[in-house]
Design a protein around this ligand. Sequence first.
Ligand code: DP6
Length: 366
Amino acid sequence: MPQGVFSARAPSNIALIKYMGKKDGVMNLPENGSISMTLNSLCSVAEISLSGPANSIAFSDRVRWVSTRPQGFQELPLEVPVLDDRGVFKLVRHAEKVVKAAREIFPRFGLQCAEITSPDSREMLVFRTANTFPQASGIASSASSFAAITLATALSCARDQSLFERIWSQDSVFREQWARISRQGSGSSCRSLNGPWVMWEDERVQVLPSQMPPMAHFVLLVSDQQKKVSSSEAHARVKTSPLWENRPERVAQRLIQMKQALSEGDVRTVARIAWEESWEMHSLFHTCSEPFSYWEPGSMKVLQALDPWVNGTHRETPIVTPIVTMDAGPNVHVIVDATQRELWFDRLSPLGFKILSDRQGTGAIV
Ligand code: DP6
């Protein structure tokens, strides 16, 4: 990598207990805790090149996003997203937040800030971002892209990149500091910096101890349509549903049960709670005052086919239950014991949808 180029790679994550509803929409503080599994190859990359003096010291004049492929990561099948003005604005605003945070966080970890963090620096930061999944795949990219942008920007703020890298890989407290900053860009991104099983409650983001077997992950691509209701909008609307009542209390119970189940490697209980959560979140969408739905006929077809496996009523009840969930979209995520990857791929293929395959991962890397 040439000098003056800083890059990071961050995976997506799939929530089993959902972040839905915000206490604070500016800081992205959730109404309830959430638990997710971090993925591996479904990921985003962010690359920053320093490119000489800008016209002014205003941060918005110092940051540019260009729609070309990052120079690194040649080994990854990358696709450059299409960002509209709002998307670019969010990126610039977030990068500015990260630079300010670096000035506060670095000294606590013995790191010195690079020149670009100085309030009167004129250094230009040129961003390139890309995803390993196509924009039209219906996979949300905000978690992985904000995590990658956070990490690449933080790296570019360090005078000594090797020291940053060492602290990043060894110090979970340092990672958690950056998870808090990433969360402010997009809430769910705070769970993508670490892995595989991550819990986020209020400001806290932590890796959960687990005796789960290594897991494989599939997404059945039921539709490649862009979402009609953004997840930010969904967070606001769900609170008008009569089913919203007592959700934080219900989720608090589920968090305790899922933590316990993960620590014991109890896949069946994890699967049961994930199933309940997925149905509950989509029921909130369907019953709020301005109801909406992400379901497509294909979503129902997949859920109906998987229901007997999840609920243990199938005549060939599997050795290990599949964990099935949907995000804010029509696609169905299926997580299975990695030793049963082929078996499940063969079971899911006849449903007739394109399948993306991944596995659990350990979080973002520089
Ligand atoms: C349904 O993190 O996309 O995927 O904080 O507004 O960026 P913002 O929302 P976002 O919400 C994700 C919601 C979800 C569930 C989850 O990942 O927990």
